[in-house]
Write a protein that binds this ligand. Sequence first.
Ligand code: ADP
Ligand code: MG
Length: 362
Amino acid sequence: MCPIYPFQLQGLEESVVNKIAAGEVVQRPHNALKEILENCIDAGSTKISIVVRDGGNTLIQVQDNGSGIHAEDLPMLCERHATSKLEKFEDLAKMRTLGFRGEALCSISYVSHLTVTTMRQGDGHATRTVFRDSKIEEGPKACAGLVGTTVHVEDLFYNMPIRRKALKSSSEELSKVLEVVGRYAIFHEGVGITLKRQGNQRPDLCTGQKDTTLEKIRMVFGSQVGSNLLPFESCPQDSSNGSTPSTSGGELQFSAKGFASSANYTAGRRTVLVLFINGRLVECTPLKRSLETVYASILSKTSKPFFYVSVTMPTEHVDVNVHPTKKEVHFLHQDDLIESLRCSVEKAVFSSNDHRTYYKQT
Ligand code: ADP
Ligand code: MG
């Protein structure tokens, strides 16, 4: 009889484990870019320039003016779980940085050709290092450069033919890349972000350090959205009955601000919720659905609203470690928070002058 399993039970080689893990963290170019961008922000950058080729499929290059990387850190830069952001498991509850797992560069080095050029303030020169499968393949070599770090990722999934074939067309990948970059550009005040396709003079996106949130929303989502937004703020008192909601596990604590589209915005074909929780770009379908209900009686069925929401809550109320790409977080008091936000949006929409032009459904 044929054995069901072809091999005896054994531990996988580290390189196989790393390659499997890499495929979870980096699924498409925009996942890699999000990780690289988060590293720039964690490094205190105020200017970030991105160049992509084929929507990121064959090149993603990100240059920042952040802290740079210590020369002595380079040998372990791409080792799995090597991070300068977390020491103890308990620190996870008070994470202030976007990164914490030390997995991104490692993963990227397993599925692409990765070169890192970096220089710190006071260094006499920059250094360029090529990484492959988490180890240094070439360098570090001295080179000219500016303070900051440039991460150059070529030929994503060159060694994973199935994954490579599954990549979408350049234009589809580019639109996902623009979506991620645009959202980070809106959120991060004081950070200017440029995104260009290689060979193009004109950038696809260019935000300045001094641009306001509203200006950046207009740049990224267009003037139809930007001209029809109502600001709102929210805190735990904003639930419908006026009392502070509380559930088991302590009190709901948060502050939130954002923009919701007014009834005059009728061009939306799908609901857009740009949500940041403690500076993390995340998805939350229940919140999206709840905010949509505010518009049920005032927009036609085919018009969908737009929301930009930034929530700040105690770091210990958020579990950031629930998804390989960190696109989901779990947080305490989710239902109460959603209800507070819904009430605040409702107040903003119904107290605006725009309500006179509301479309009534029959
Ligand atoms: P994590 O962000 O979870 O620590 P990464 O693999 O993304 O893991 O990065 C590993 C380490 O490399 C970071 O902890 C940081 O020390 C360093 N690093 C990566 N990118 C940059 C950058 N742009 N500027 C400065 N340091 C960086
Ligand atoms: Mg990181």
